[in-house]
Design a protein around this ligand. Sequence first.
Ligand code: NAD
Length: 499
Amino acid sequence: MSAVLAPLSHAALPQALPARTIAVAAGDGIGPEITAAVLGVLAAADPTLSFQQVTVGLKAYQSGASSGFGPEALDAVTGHGVILKGPVMTPSGGGYKSVNVSFRKLLGLYANVRPSIAYHPFVTAMHPEMDVVVIRENEEDTYAGIEHRQTDEVVQCLKLVTRPGCERICRYAFEYARAHGRRKVTCMTKSNIMKLTDGLFQQVFEEIARDYPEIKAEHMIIDIGTARMAARPGDFDVVVTPNLYGDILSDVAAEVSGSIGLAGSANIGRDCAMFEAVHGSAPDIAGKNIANPSGLLLAAVMMLRHLGRHEPATLIHNAWLRTLEDGVHTGDIFRAGISKRRVGTQGFAEAVIERLGLRPRHFPEVAEGNTMPALPATGAAAPSRPQRKELVGVDVFLHWDEQARDPAVLGRRLETLRTAGLGFELITNRGVKVYPGGCPQTLRSDHWRCRFSGDGSTVDRREIPELLVLLAEAGFDVVKTENLYAFDGEPGYSRAQGG
Ligand code: NAD
């Protein structure tokens, strides 16, 4: 032990925490060594914790579990409610599914919480004052994984956004901000283009924000928001955003904070939660005892807070900050002049254990009050009044590759097909209107959206199969249909671009 350190006083250890078991999966690559280091720190700070080790990752894939974990791992997570997970390697090809994606979906882990904090001057950072938390929706959006190939040229991915999904992630973000004394929540979407899907996310965000008048709420378009995050992260406090944007934005935030290797991440659901480092399994340095265990350690701190074990969480967090300040650094953050002692994975964990009970001197001391909101209220944000839903038409998607792909030829043929209540209206190609009217420069694929509508009147749903029969008899290959509804008279579908 270093001479400058006071010995850990027994009183510093948490006294009366109830015993608790957590599921632990070491994962692949550097996973086992960083997990062993982190469990050592946890055992020292919270002796009433015990660990049930489960197998996830390569060993599980090799024994035939295509999702990367077997039923015993799932039982352990659902039984204990939490899992601390090391990084996992997903073998490419062979139908293997990502452990992370499978856990998120199976266990309903809807909120991904990623703090990005600069530890300047001890860790080099582009933005020394940065302290941002990205809260990413974790289950919906294009990550539903519903994809189809429809024509020779065209594949599609379904972007699903639900009101309850938006409500719980937006409410979680505000609850998180409130619990952590943060003052602003920024919502980022592309609602100017995806008016229905991202528009719903933004609308629900604005509805939920009214319940938190003490927290500033703002919306920003994701592209400029991401650029600002890279250039001026001080503009942000908590950010909430749909799944795909959150995936990208949280990496940008972690990178510019300079601490991607130090970042932990929480995946929170109603009944279960998973905690992990942001980095991967780092096969290039596996087995060498040089990996930095900090990302997984900070994830474990979030886990303790999630479990309401604030005393050990605070002890570890402060000891970790003090270790950084004392210049005890692993090779990835070691810098001559700033760092004082280069340590390996295990040595770093021992240095943190030595400092349990000590406070940081440069960084603000971590307070105990910060709780992870484990179960945000999920009440409906808007009155759940059923709206008047009216069928007003149908979009029929055709695979059509004839007559030099001339939309006028297709349009004239479709104009001859009509039922009592459905008549041809327009054609778009990749969302751009190509008939009637259109622009010869528009690139035309073999995938055509052909809109038939009731011309302002309600359509009887039996008309749609009738129309499909007419199209089939005329030799058209219908690859899908989408019904067009109005809700309380408002169109529930996108207009054609360029129309
Ligand atoms: P990576 O994060 O594993 O490594 C990127 C670089 O950072 C490497 O040079 C590595 O040595 C270094 N690094 C990462 N963690 C470090 C640590 N704790 N200490 C010191 N240096 C560290 O990213 P990658 O190389 O793109 O991915 C490797 C594997 O990890 C892939 O199979 C990938 O699919 C997987 N992965 C898993 C997760 C997860 O399980 N959550 C996340 C990301 C990547």
